[in-house]
Ligand binder design. Structure first.
Ligand SMILES: Nc1ncnc2c1ncn2[C@@H]1O[C@H](COP(=O)(O)OP(=O)(O)OP(=O)(O)O)[C@@H](O)[C@H]1O
Length: 326
């Protein structure tokens, strides 16, 4: 599989009154063509900021560094105009709250057709046909009446389908989805995930999916990136992460996942919280929550280390014994 999106040593820091918030700090991973990569981690780990950095949507006090390549093109050195074109044509993003991405005073048709007009050279008639085709593609019937509806007249699940239709209107190679099912109820969540999976196959897209839900990861991921406090602490193929997780944090996340049939047992929670990403000490950021914490963990940060020949990597001193002894 060829690499499509190559993220290398990306750092997104926010310069605030209280100091520098290192929301993303040296993140690297690759999404290959046709692959679904999931970024997982608790709230505040830097998942959304990673996605926004890739889309060049960090504003205000944020500064981004590192390398981000899409099909070999370095995105970081593109002009704003070229980046806007890439964002419209080759990469698209959907968010957790579809309502906040849609304009409440415009109809669905106006918003969907406007995106098609902006990204294609189709005639008025062809634009409408494409809008109706997209609505059908995302599994909504009554296309004509949907085009005339306003966002508030539709359910959350329908709106997320519309957002997916808008994202697909430019035939992106890469779809970035930030918690696309979190705001939906469970049955609708499953339908949206099925839709994304089907579209990925049919449209031969690659997908970067951000979620804190390991159930979702198990359903759709080929490859998993586990983030903690702005850093990648483990990454690997989905089967390696689920069958032989290495980092105590990944193990904790997996233990915290509800298992069917074990209703009587109290759900496991990882003690403590993700640290504030301000003025973090030189150490493993998970040290104070980790039951395996050793002396070195509180004085030196571990780096990602490969496990043999496969693509499984972990940043934990438990797996760097030789260095730990020195
Ligand atoms: N504009 C900003 N200024 C300062 N800090 C910010 C800004 N945007 C994000 N952050 C901080 O960056 C960190 C990472 O945020 P991010 O939204 O990426 O987390 P997340 O893992 O996606 O969590 P969630 O699942 O809750 O969205 C948080 O500590 C957040 O407070």
């Amino acid at each position: 599989m060829n690499p499509l999106l190559e993220i290398e040593e990306v750092r997104t820091h926010f310069h605030t009154e209280k100091g520098i918030v290192k929301a993303v700090d040296g993140v690297s991973f690759t999404v290959h063509q046709g692959e679904t990569v999931c970024i997982v981690g608790e709230s505040g780990c830097g998942k959304s900021v990673t996605a926004l950095s890739i889309m060049d949507l960090i504003s205000g006090s944020g500064s981004v560094s590192g390398s981000m390549k899409l099909a070999g093109t370095e995105l970081r050195t593109l002009s704003k105009g070229d980046m806007r074109r890439i964002r419209g044509n080759e990469m698209a993003m959907i968010f957790q709250e579809p309502m906040s991405s849609l304009n409440p005073v415009l109809t669905i048709g106006e918003q969907l057709m406007e995106t098609i007009v902006n990204h294609t050279a189709l005639s008025k008639k062809e634009v409408k046909k494409k809008a109706l085709d997209l609505i059908e593609l995302v599994g909504i019937g009554r296309g004509e009446s949907i085009l005339k509806s306003y966002p508030h007249q539709m359910s959350g699940g329908m709106l997320q389908r519309i957002m997916i239709a808008i994202a697909l209107s430019c035939n992106p190679k890469m779809l970035i989805a930030d918690e696309p099912t979190t705001a939906l109820d469970v049955t609708i969540q499953a339908q949206i995930l099925d839709l994304l999976r089907m579209l990925k196959e049919e449209q031969q897209m690659s997908m970067l999916l951000i979620t804190h839900d390991l159930g979702v990861v198990a359903e759709v991921a080929d490859y998993v990136v586990v983030m903690y406090a702005g850093k990648v602490i483990e990454k690997g193929k989905v089967e390696d992460i689920f069958e032989s997780p290495k980092h105590p944090y990944t193990k904790g996340l997996l233990q915290a996942k509800p298992i069917l049939g074990s209703r009587r047992q109290k759900l496991y929670t990882i003690p403590g919280q993700v640290p504030q990403l301000l003025d973090l000490p030189e150490s493993c950021y998970f040290a104070d929550r980790c039951e395996h914490c050793m002396d070195i963990c509180t004085s030196k940060a571990p780096t990602l280390t490969k496990d043999g020949q496969n693509q499984h990597e972990v940043a934990c001193w438990l797996y760097e014994e030789k260095e730990a002894v020195q």
